[in-house]
Design a protein. Structure first.
Length: 352
């Protein structure tokens, strides 16, 4: 599908951690961006986007849209050939009602955006921000499936509203998207499935769980020990670039794992410690699994989560993405160091 770069593009959730980089790159590239946000008057949430638009070649227009309001995206989608649907809550901790707070906005929001595309004749391609958690639910799934690494061929079949609700919200939303795309041929659907996204943030007001990740490894939150857990990590700027390549590469298709490489929490700590020194409240050790299992409920984590995620390797094969999108990923070290340096520069984290 050939997309005309002179036409505006829609970015839903344009003020998010990932979407802010996407909007910035598009504007710098001369593309006009229609960005939806929940509150266009909230300077704390959109100020960085207005700043990115100053002096950029593309024009930014903000639209107000909530995922749960039917028809909310129609106005912003008018005239767009390309739609990037990134908006979805990425909240892991402190959830009160997972169905209402995560699953409904993820799934109904995706339906809402894609059904708008069925009404608006200009749309030719939709790039959905999915996740690796719509490929797997728990790390142990890799062993259960007899795999050395996950590919785009797998689907998460183990998450539910009760167990791993964020993962469930992402797989349910991605499944809904493919179902809506299937019966028609005017627009095609591509997904970007990022792992744990890290790297510098353009926004200080995002609720993304990504923003707390490195801070908690250095501020003492995990001082007594980190669980033996592995993540597929990717730089936020590479995730934004992958979206753009997916949008504008005519022959590109399907799902795309966006992961630079896997690393354990302990390895991440060692990389940061080697670069920034001992003056932070780093974890002292890798905590033994039986102890993590025992104390998990006191931390609001289920023992089932520990059993199925701690101590199991987690690997991803990114070869399809590198080929289909001609994509190279930044080294993990660069992502971690630049993320950490920004927290120091912004005073979000202070040496002890
Ligand atoms: P983020 O900064 O919290 O962005 C989420 C965006 O969704 C925000 O713009 C937020 O708007 C919007 N949103 C949430 N609920 C909404 C609702 N009811 N109506 C309208 N907009 C709503 O998080 P992010 O990390 O950039 O995540 C963006 C996307 O990437 C999500 O789809 C997430 O699942 C996916 N993803 C993230 C990661 C990661 O590690 N960060 C990994 C894989 C996939 P407000 O600013 O108004 O809240």
């Amino acid at each position: 599908m050939q997309i005309d770069k002179s036409k505006p593009v829609l970015v839903t959730g344009g003020n998010g951690y990932i979407a802010s980089w996407l909007v910035k790159y598009l504007l710098e590239d001369g593309v006009d961006v229609h960005a939806t946000v929940r509150d266009p008057d909230n300077r704390a949430k959109v100020g960085h986007l207005l700043k990115a638009a100053q002096g950029a070649k593309g024009k930014l227009t903000l639209f107000k849209a909530d995922l749960l309001r039917e028809g909310a995206f129609d106005a912003a989608m008018q005239g767009c050939e390309l739609v990037f649907h990134t908006a979805s809550p990425f909240v892991i901790k402190g959830l009160k009602d997972a169905q209402k707070d995560l699953v409904d906005p993820a799934v109904n929001g995706t339906r809402n955006v894609l059904e708008a595309a069925n009404r608006i004749a200009s749309v030719k391609r939709i790039v959905l921000t999915a996740s690796v958690v719509s490929i797997y639910g728990d790390a142990v799934d890799m062993k259960t499936a007899g795999l050395k690494a996950f590919t785009e061929a797998q689907w998460n079949t183990t998450s539910s509203v009760a167990h791993q609700p964020y993962n469930y919200s992402k797989v349910a939303a991605e499944r809904a998207a493919w179902e809506i795309a299937k019966p028609q041929s005017r627009w095609d659907l591509l997904t970007i499935n990022p792992g744990l996204v890290l790297g510098p943030s353009l926004s200080t007001a995002s609720d993304s769980a990504s923003l707390a990740t490195l801070k908690e490894l250095a501020d003492g939150t995990m001082m007594t020990g980190v669980p033996k857990m592995e993540f597929g990590v990717v730089d936020v700027r590479d995730v934004a670039l992958a979206h753009i390549k997916a949008g504008y590469t005519p022959g590109a298709s399907g799902r795309h794992i966006a992961v630079a490489r896997s690393a354990t929490m302990w390895e991440i700590v060692q990389i940061l410690k080697a670069r920034f020194g001992g003056g932070y409240r780093w974890p002292m050790m890798v905590a033994p699994k039986p102890i993590v299992w025992l104390i998990a409920p006191t931390q609001g984590i289920t023992r089932k989560f520990i059993s199925t995620n701690v101590g199991w390797p987690l690997k991803f094969d990114n070869s399809y993405t590198r080929k289909d999108l001609s994509m190279e990923f930044r080294p993990l070290e660069t992502t971690l160091v630049e993320n950490f340096q920004q927290m120091l520069d912004d005073g979000v984290l202070k040496p002890r």
